[in-house]
Design a protein. Structure first.
Length: 644
């Protein structure tokens, strides 16, 4: 399967027209990491899979031609491991049983409302993460096998006391013909305690490497007895709980235990580091004090694209003086960094890309740290680094790479938090200016104008009053936009008809008429819902009045045209329509942008506020034409409360 960073690619298959795309749209809105594509048949789904990498498939069951389970069978023939979720309105125990038997990853019954898509998105995320985790575990196990195959100590891995893995050193130690001769045998049959009986074996197996070292008798295939010591710890092997037992000569055992414990302690220090240079310093100290790599340095990639030295041991500085940086294609270090493979060079003077042929250094051990840089250990002795150094160095380098990644994540979080804090501060400052510094002088101007109207009879006074009223409305809308927010924290059950009627009473509607054709209840933030409705009602009345006057040349006797606003329910939401002149199709993409207005005295923020409040609820708002040619605003993806 193809992976793009942490993203999840999803193929949605449903024969219902537009429903596959609707599922894809909702999945993407519920999880920004999801990139979903919809197709309308299993045949199209198979064609899509032939040309694209997909992380997960969501499919309906009841489809013409090839149904969901037949589609699953065809998919499994291509990729046995890809997650396949059956998302169907047919809910029955027999279908669920048949789907599970066929190998479906998950079975989800379709329901009403948008909440089901959030559940579906979470199921997809969890399923894909499990598959990726298994793939990562399999890769890690293969890497572990390669490491264990290379170590000079005998290693046995057992599950339920049965040996399932044997490295070459163990084959040699036990005198076996091959690893098959040792596999599938009880661990306690091969490794017997010198003292303590069977309980001693169980103590090491259960307690792991922190337990007291237990002396052992190794029974070879020839019947000979070898006294050794065993360090054991828990391990997950092929998805099962098991035990890895490392068998070594007793003379080496204490040193190895000390190294392992010291590496664990160094790992804790690494993961507690907060900056890159701190990680690098802990790393070179651990390399010198634990592994014995006395002359070592950490080089990290800098802004100029070079491997810059950021930490080095005193021994290396005494040996070569100033630690050099390495650029692309000019050194062994850069070559190894690009390849990302641990490399021990027996004699650097024999390498074509050695940076200094006269260097006092003879052999070097290069330990890549992922994309972050590289740890280099040096020696004046040819071929100074043995397998034990390489194995321990791999462990240290892997821990350092994880620590560097953690530091980067923490820094990104801190930067994001700081950015959000600055944005909030600016927004609050803006709201303060709007609500206080602008409103106060405006109120003074309005008060002065009232006095002037009593003293002066001039047409200019009316123009000034109209301008000040527009400024007042503009300030109110700007303040509302600034404080609306991006999401709704608390929702309640709201009777839509009641909310509409309340809003109609506070909006200046003149002789306009209201028709409420719904008894639907929805989940919403009451305050923001009323803000949305008030803006829509005001917009319908004002723009319908303006349009009618333009078309007819005048209003009725009351100074207001015959305007009717209708609020009705639609599948998955509600609609607000009017019988006015409508909005040209060419303008429907821009009406929700701040500043759009078809009237000279409009602020241009009313519909922007509507769009922002709808988005905060997770609703989709669409502008179309009403049955009478006016404007119709449809709100879908609304959480509708089911009628009892």
């Amino acid at each position: 399967m193809g992976h793009v960073a942490s993203g999840v690619t999803v193929l949605c298959v449903d024969d219902e027209p537009s429903y596959a795309d609707l599922i894809a749209t909702h999945l993407e809105s519920n999880d920004e990491a999801i990139d979903a594509t919809g197709v309308t048949s299993a045949t199209d789904g198979l064609s899509y899979l032939a040309e694209h990498d997909v992380d997960c498939i969501v499919s309906d069951y009841d489809m013409p031609g090839i149904d969901g389970l037949e589609f699953l069978e065809a998919v499994r023939a291509r990729d046995p491991d890809i997650p396949f979720l059956l998302f169907t309105s047919q809910g029955s125990e027999s279908l669920a049983s048949e789907a599970i038997t066929a190998g479906v990853t998950d079975y989800i019954q379709k329901t009403h409302g948008t909440q089901q898509y959030a559940v579906l998105a979470q199921r997809i995320r969890n399923t894909v993460e499990r598959v990726r985790a298994k793939a990562t575990a399999d890769t890690a196990q293969e890497r572990t096998k390669r490491i264990l195959d290379a170590t000079s100590d005998a290693v046995l891995v057992s599950v339920a006391d049965t040996v399932v893995y044997v490295n070459p050193a163990a084959v040699d130690l036990f005198g076996a013909a091959d690893s098959d001769e040792l596999r599938d045998r009880p661990l306690t049959e091969l490794v017997e305690p010198v003292d303590g009986g069977t309980e001693a074996v169980e103590r090491v197996v259960k307690n792991g490497p922190t337990a007291d070292k237990v002396r052992r008798i190794i029974r070879t295939m020839a019947g000979n007895s070898i006294q050794a010591s065993v360090t054991a710890c828990d391990v997950t092997w092929d998805g099962e709980d098991g035990t890895v037992a490392v068998i070594s000569d007793r003379s080496d055992s204490d040193e190895r235990d000390h190294r392992l414990e010291a590496l664990h302690e160094a790992t804790r220090e690494l993961m507690a580091a907060e900056v890159r240079n701190e990680v690098a310093g802990i790393g070179v100290n651990a390399a010198a004090e634990i592994i014995g790599l006395d002359a070592s340095a950490v080089h990290l990639v800098n802004d100029d694209g070079q491997l810059e030295p950021v930490a080095a041991t005193a021994s290396l500085k005494e040996l070569i003086g100033d630690i050099p940086a390495f650029g692309p294609d000019d050194s062994i270090a850069w070559r190894v960094y690009e390849r990302g493979e641990v490399t021990a060079v027996p004699d650097v003077r024999l390498e074509a890309d050695v940076q200094n042929p006269e260097t006092p250094i003879r052999s070097e051990l290069y330990l890549p740290l992922g994309e972050h840089g590289i740890l280099i250990a040096a020696s004046t002795t040819v071929d100074a680094f043995d397998e034990a150094d390489i194995v321990a160095g791999r462990v240290l380098a892997a821990n350092m790479e994880a620590a560097f990644a953690a530091v980067e994540r923490d820094q990104q979080l801190r930067d994001r938090e700081q950015e959000l804090s600055m944005q909030n501060d600016r927004l609050e400052q803006f709201a303060t200016v709007v609500s206080h510094d602008l409103r106060n002088p405006l109120n003074v101007a309005i008060g002065r104008l009232e006095t002037l109207k009593q003293e002066v009879d001039d047409d200019n006074v009316a123009a000034v009053e109209q301008a000040l009223d527009r400024m007042q409305t503009l300030i109110d809308d700007l303040l509302l936009l600034a404080r609306t927010g991006d999401s709704v924290a608390e929702m309640e059950t709201v009777a839509l008809a009641t909310a509409v009627t309340d809003c109609w009473e506070v909006v200046d509607t003149g002789d306009a008429a209201l028709v409420v054709d719904t008894d639907r209840k929805i989940q919403a933030d009451m305050t923001r819902l009323k803000q949305l409705l008030e803006n829509l009602l005001r917009n319908a009345v004002e723009h319908s009045a303006t349009g009618s006057q333009i078309q007819s040349g005048g209003a009725d006797d009351h100074g207001s045209p015959d305007v009717t606003v209708t609020v009705s329910e639609i599948p998955g939401g509600f609609a607000v329509s009017d019988n006015g002149p409508g909005i040209p199709e060419a303008d429907r993409e821009t009406v929700f942008e701040s500043g759009y207005s078809t009237t000279t005295d409009g602020t241009g923020f009313g519909l922007s506020i509507v769009s922002q409040i709808a988005t905060a609820h997770g609703w989709t708002v669409t502008l179309t034409e009403s049955d009478t040619g006016g404007a119709r605003f449809e709100f879908t993806d609304v959480d509708v409360v089911s009628k009892e």
